[in-house]
Design a binder for this molecule. Structure first.
Ligand code: ZN
Length: 562
């Protein structure tokens, strides 16, 4: 029996103020982090509540009359951006709008930052900078203990609660004021790109350059969301994956409540063989110089890694591409909507894509646009999906001062359209470009550490066009070796795509059994255990590694006895 339920309430009627957006994105969070929880529809709650030990709700809705007694009897309730008519259980009071007028309703939280209280709590101990959010519900703590407060979007202290914990009888409630799902989607995808974005105030992120790129839609803050790059005076970068840290708030809240309620919450770990994180390298074929491509191939051979080559059409000589392929590297696509005669249009995208296929006889699954070009909202993902692409790298940094997680995540993640429907292409952001050219090599260490901490993907882009320049090859080698020393493996994006999709097909049928829809090896299952040797998200687990055939069910207790 899976005793942890997750319930997303429907949005209020059109024209009423909302405190949450993309509540169903909780499925992406659950799937990516392999959490053993069950989705419960609001209408089912009345029947299943008694079987649950932990319930997470998103938004405002009506809970069963038995809810108060359920918490008092030992249940753990996590409420995201909703009070659900039970402020005394949550230990908070919802604040009214500052002035009651036409169209009033819930007091929206707007944009701001979550500031954890100084005393450590497992929910917030991973948060190193005030955590940027977009909307939620404005509330103040009454009987509850404040774990984090809200700062305004200008960093000013407010009386608004961010996270509140409240004991209620034998159970407890966690109130998270922030619209966590809406925040994650907004940061990961940004806003639609129709004009240049506002550049950074220090000259290092001049996105106002008459070229529309994904960075023109980034929503993170140049001052509050960037940090100084140690060893590179004057340079600030997005060193903290803000959206991933919000995902982790959910993971930690569920793990914490599960432990309190003595409910099992095992995970299908993100990476095979319990790896802490994975690294991948891409190369864009700009300039198409065969000598530099050969030098890059030689460098990669010495390192023994396979990488992803994003190729332009027309591009490198066929024999160079054959050499890339025979060394085991991935042939990917580099759509050029930048050069003269190469407009941003689906027709042009298809012309270049078909040209590449004819030129090299390849069927790429991964794409990155030249200059990280981007226009519109999610239409480009539709172009990709229609041609069978499954992985994209267009969200990212095109200026030095944008380096790091300017879309708040290490990736990969599934984006959603305006209506919240999942788009079937994984986005793996380009967090930096050539070390020594685009960004100083000093940035490698904080990026690697952030990826390790969030157990994500370390994506380095190196252009063959720069490999012969002073320091670049050495920086590339150091970056590969340092990631290996830290326990990461180097994969192609095609492999990453295959793994991520296969792993998400391993599903919990009970808290001690899983079934897979596909053949998969090396799946790491993590079970909370204080005597274990694996630390993830503030908790201790023991791990076991299993292989599954399609339709096969694995029973964990039997696995552990072997
Ligand atoms: Zn390029």
């Amino acid at each position: 029996m899976i005793s942890i339920g997750v319930c997303a309430f429907a949005q209020p009627a059109a024209n009423a103020p909302t405190t949450t957006a993309y509540a169903n994105y909780i499925d992406e969070i659950i799937e990516r982090d392999g959490l053993c929880v069950r989705r419960v529809e609001p209408v089912e709650l009345v029947d299943v509540l008694a079987d649950l030990k932990v319930l997470l709700t998103i938004g405002e809705g009506t809970l069963p009359e038995s809810m108060t007694d359920w918490v008092a009897g030992g249940g753990r309730w996590i409420s995201i951006a909703g009070v659900c008519g039970l402020p005394e259980v949550l230990g908070v009071e919802a604040l009214p709008p500052a002035y009651a007028l036409w169209g009033a309703g819930a007091c929206t939280l707007g944009e701001g930052y979550l500031q954890p209280e100084p005393e450590n709590h497992v929910l917030t101990e991973h948060i190193e900078i005030p955590l940027h959010f977009f909307n939620g519900i404005a509330a103040r703590a009454t009987t509850g203990k404040v774990i984090a407060r809200c700062l305004s979007r200008h960093g000013k202290v407010t009386d608004r609660a961010g996270i509140v914990e409240n004991r209620h009888g034998n159970g407890s409630a966690l109130f998270i004021a922030v619209d966590v799902t809406g925040t994650i989607v907004r940061i990961q995808q940004g806003t639609p790109v129709t004009r240049d974005g506002a550049p950074s105030p220090d000259g290092t992120g001049p996105s106002s350059d008459n070229v529309l790129k994904s960075d023109d839609g980034q929503v993170l803050d140049w001052e509050f969301d960037r940090s100084v790059v140690p060893g590179a005076p004057g340079l600030m970068a997005f060193l903290h994956p803000v959206a991933d840290m919000w995902r982790e708030v959910i993971d930690r809240a569920l793990l914490y409540c599960a432990r309190e309620a003595n409910a099992p919450l095992p995970l299908v770990w993100r990476w095979p063989r319990n790896l802490p994180a994975v690294a991948a390298m891409s190369h864009d074929s700009d300039l198409n110089e065969p000598e530099n491509a050969a030098l890059m191939l030689q460098t990669l051979k010495e390192l023994g890694i396979r990488t992803t080559w994003c190729l332009m059409h027309p591009g490198l000589p066929a024999e160079t591409v054959r050499a890339i392929e025979s060394d085991g590297h991935e042939l990917a696509f580099h759509y050029d909507a930048m050069s003269d005669g190469c407009p941003w249009s689906e027709e042009e995208f298809v012309r270049q894509y078909e040209g590449l296929r004819a030129e090299y006889g390849c069927s790429p699954v991964t794409n990155k646009n030249h200059y990280l070009r981007w226009e519109g909202d999610t239409e480009f993902y539709d172009w990709l999906i229609r041609r069978g692409f499954q992985m994209d790298q267009c969200k990212g940094a095109s200026k030095t001062g944008e380096a790091g997680f300017n879309f708040g995540t290490t990736g990969p993640f599934f984006p959603v359209d305006k209506a919240g429907e999942r788009l079937d292409v994984l986005e793996a952001p380009t967090i930096t470009q050539d070390l020594c050219i685009f960004a100083p090599p000093e940035i490698a260490e904080p990026l690697r550490n952030a990826v390790l901490k969030s157990h994500g993907l370390l994506h380095h882009l190196f252009h063959p066009a720069h490999i012969a320049k002073p320091g670049v090859a050495d920086a590339l080698k150091a970056c590969v070796n340092d990631a290996r020393t830290a326990g990461m493996e180097w994969w192609t994006f095609a492999r990453l795509n295959e793994w991520e999709r296969a792993r998400r097909m391993v599903r919990w049928t009970d808290c001690d059994s899983l079934v897979s829809e596909t053949e998969i090896d090396d799946v790491a299952v993590l079970i909370p255990d204080d005597k274990g040797d694996t630390q993830r998200w503030g908790f201790t687990f023991r791990s076991s590694v299993i292989s599954l055939k399609p339709g096969e069910t694995a029973h964990l207790k039997q696995e552990q006895r072997q």
